[in-house]
Design a protein around this ligand. Structure first.
Ligand SMILES: Cc1cc2nc3c(=O)[nH]c(=O)nc-3n(C[C@H](O)[C@H](O)[C@H](O)COP(=O)(O)O)c2cc1C
Length: 184
């Protein structure tokens, strides 16, 4: 089991795990939980596929349907949470992010990279979350105009590593990621 004495080493370890989300289909970092503050006042959590991570730019990217409820939530409040649990290394990663929503022509380069059979996720009729009469009473009409890129700008990363002695730390963009230990 890993343990860390230095804040930087702990953060480097976490970023190595986050980066696997894009390249390793089996890594749990591929499927973070993305949490928004919904309009009804209840936080809403759902699984998304991590499409890109960039430590230098402090960014995590997701793709979604412009008609999904998370888009309306983000319009009201661009602050969101990301949660990842990595059981093999016993690491929990929590992030506070500010979400930049990209829609329209600016997403065309991203859309070109979406495999044809994956495009069905963007353009479901009726819109995701609409009540329907029976389980399959919906259709797919893949549409680049229904494709949104969510660029999550990371403001805070909090890590919890379970071990004989748990260790916990947080890192803020505002303090240039210098980090501080927390009581677990
Ligand atoms: C393994 C898994 C991966 C998913 N990946 C995505 C994704 O990349 N983008 C997305 O919009 N929804 C994805 N979903 C569906 C979402 O969890 C969610 O049901 C959908 O986006 C509607 O969310 P909303 O109504 O809360 O906005 C995924 C679900 C699962 C179980």
């Amino acid at each position: 089991m890993e343990t860390f004495q230095k804040l930087d080493d702990f953060l480097n370890f976490a970023w190595a795990q986050i980066s696997r989300g894009k390249v390793d289909k089996k890594s749990p970092a591929r499927h973070p939980t993305f949490v928004t503050s919904n309009l009804d006042g209840f936080p809403k959590a759902r699984t998304l596929v991590m499409r890109r991570s960039d430590r230098k730019r402090n960014e995590i990217e997701f793709h979604t349907d412009t008609s999904s409820s998370k888009m309306f939530a983000l319009e009201e409040n661009s602050h969101a949470g990301i949660h990842i649990w990595l059981p093999k290394v016993q690491l929990q990663i929590q992030m506070d992010v500010d979400v930049e929503v990209k829609v329209g022509d600016i997403t065309i380069p991203n859309w070109r990279d979406v495999p044809t059979n994956s495009r069905v996720a963007y353009g479901t009729i009726p819109s995701p979350g609409t009540v329907i009469a029976s389980p399959l009473a919906y259709d797919h009409a893949p549409d680049q105009k229904r494709f949104a890129v969510l660029v999550c700008h990371i403001e805070l990363i909090q890590l919890l590593l379970l071990g004989n002695k748990h260790i916990r730390a947080q890192y803020k963009k505002a303090t240039n990621w210098q980090g501080e230990w927390l009581s677990p």
